[in-house]
Design a protein around this ligand. Structure first.
Ligand code: ADP
Ligand code: MG
Length: 224
């Protein structure tokens, strides 16, 4: 498969071996049964590892979760060095938060990674305890994440990556105000990754306001 990176730099990426991943990540991928990267993974992972903001457009079921989870896991500081969240993954529903949380933990196999799922409708005391104990990655719904921000239980000082997963769905539901408040609380130097099945004007406007010269990947004509 071909990947267009920037204007005239074309690379062929057909295997996870070409992505320069750590041995522990390669073992986790093997254990998960992931043999080859999907098109969105082979394009998004190298750009995310280079620190670019990226807009990834791809259909459901094309492996978007691993596309953003792998570069985040590869760049995490260990918990001993930083007990506050380093990455916030924002998703539209609590089911999706559980699913993305599970997949991230699966890909973190072999790494002592702490992932907290902060979804609405779930016991907030448990979430508060998890945050107090120290986490590296937070996966949550906009409303509950915003709630934790207001309680000051979610600290954003050390967040270097924010993922907006299913951005089109989140905006359709009406989560724009909460998403904007979360983004505004994170450092301007952060990396922002936006995943969406469609890129309507509302999503483009969000990207224009909160992303820094994003690379755009369109995998909509490709299946796994
Ligand atoms: P999306 O977010 O694009 O809808 P998911 O990230 O939920 O898709 O992935 C869909 C399914 O494909 C999940 O079960 C996931 O574990 C699996 N998957 C993702 N990447 C790969 C891969 N490279 N090889 C095999 N299975 C994969
Ligand atoms: Mg998804």
């Amino acid at each position: 498969m071909k990947t267009e990176v920037e204007d005239n730099f074309t690379t062929e990426i057909a295997s996870f071996d070409d992505l320069d991943l750590s041995p522990v990540m390669r073992r986790a991928l093997k254990k998960a049964g992931f043999e080859e990267p999907t098109p969105i993974q082979s394009q998004l992972i190298p750009l995310a590892l280079e620190g670019y903001d990226v807009i990834g457009q791809a259909r459901t079921g094309t492996g978007k979760t691993a596309a953003f989870a792998i570069p985040i896991l590869e760049q995490l500081d260990p918990l001993e060095e930083c007990r506050d969240p380093q990455a916030i993954i924002i998703v539209p529903t609590r089911e999706l938060a559980d699913q993305v949380g599970r997949e991230t933990v699966m890909l973190a196999h072999g790494l002592p990674t702490e992932v907290a799922v902060l979804a609405g409708g779930k016991d907030i005391k448990r979430q508060l305890r998890a945050l107090e104990n120290g986490v590296q990655i937070v996966v949550g719904t906009p409303g509950r994440l915003h709630d934790h921000l207001q309680r000051r239980s979610l600290r954003t000082e050390n967040v270097w990556c924010v993922v907006l997963d299913e951005a089109d769905r989140m905006l359709d539901i009406g989560f724009r105000p909460q998403i904007e408040r979360i983004l505004r609380r994170c450092s301007k130097d952060r990396q922002t990754l936006l995943l969406s099945a469609t890129l309507p004007p509302s999503v483009r406007k969000l990207a224009e306001s909160y992303m820094d010269r994003p690379e755009v990947i369109d995998c909509c004509d490709k299946d796994i």
